[in-house]
Design a protein around this ligand. Structure first.
Ligand code: AMP
Length: 275
């Protein structure tokens, strides 16, 4: 596996890899979810490129940028074992050199839910992903359903900016009790870890309640009772998968979305209703 840390060097070296190139952007602290993206990319590409970059621009003030888990040695071994061809690990300085001033602003789709709670989050995500896509020039981008609003934002941004990169969304990988794998799960103490699995159960309850004909307000009220009593709920809702605009009923192409805090750890999750 080749490793590059400068955008120019990565761009030059990746250009000689066999196509199609599948690209998996990550913030590291790799887990089974990231590896599922890698497997999907591996199955559909001649070359697989992974990036690890904890992007300061997507963390709002008060977010967990400083304490975000970082373990580059372990990640490197995991990627090597999983068959990645190329790893791009840029420094913050090389991504945002002095004089950097351009941002990608996704608009309304990035201002609700996660964007409302984490101001500027999707501007940071969109900006870094457009930069990474320009550096790597992949044929396909592999992203996780786990970050549902991010998938909607990135599809919108890449379509709006006439990118030819194909976006492939990979289903969420979960622990046995339903908790979605997340680098942030490492923050949970044992009690919080047990409580955190109730977020998935609350989403299932919301889905079942709506599917059996309850109105949305009642369904959300009932589902929020499924959440562990120690949790602080940010939101539970149902949204259109493309626009992230709330909808009143379950129908094909919707996400049942939720976010809650367990101790100081904020987790998000969703169910993808496809048909
Ligand atoms: P992150 O390192 O958290 O920025 O995530 C990098 C990519 O992995 C994103 O596209 C995420 O949506 C995806 N991802 C994170 N958790 C999971 C999971 N549990 N299952 C599948 N994909 C995931």
């Amino acid at each position: 596996m080749h490793v590059a840390s400068e955008p120019g060097e990565a761009h030059r070296l990746v250009a000689s890899l066999p196509r199609p190139i599948g690209f998996v952007p990550t913030m590291g602290a790799l887990h089974a979810g990231h590896l599922a993206l890698l497997r999907a990319a591996r199955a559909q590409s001649a070359s697989v490129v992974v990036s690890i970059f904890v992007n300061p621009m997507q963390f709002a003030p008060g977010d967990d940028f400083e304490r975000y888990p970082r373990d580059i040695e372990r990640d490197r071994d995991a990627l090597e074992n999983a068959g990645a061809d190329f790893l791009f690990v840029p420094s913050t300085q090389s991504m945002y050199p002095p004089g950097f001033s351009t941002v990608v602003e996704p608009g309304a789709i990035g201002e609700s839910f996660e964007g409302e709670i984490r101001h500027g989050h999707f501007r940071g995500v969109a900006t870094v992903v457009v930069k990474l896509v320009n550096i790597i020039a992949p044929d396909a981008l592999y992203i996780g359903q786990k970050d549902a609003q991010q998938t909607a934002v990135l599809r919108r941004v890449l379509r709006d900016l006439n990118s030819n990169v194909v976006v492939r969304v990979v289903e969420t990988m979960r622990e046995r009790d339903g908790l979605a794998f997340s680098s942030r799960n490492a923050y949970l103490n044992p009690g919080e870890r047990v409580a955190a699995s109730s977020l998935h159960r609350a989403l299932l309850a919301l889905y079942e309640s709506l599917a059996s004909g309850s109105d949305k307000a009642t369904a959300i009220a009932n589902a929020s009772k499924v959440l562990d009593r120690s949790a602080r709920l940010d939101y539970l809702d149902v949204v259109d998968a493309d626009t992230f605009v709330p909808v009143d009923t379950i129908r094909p192409d919707t996400f049942v979305v939720g976010a809650a805090r367990f101790g100081t750890t904020r987790l998000i999750d969703n169910l993808w209703v496809r048909s």
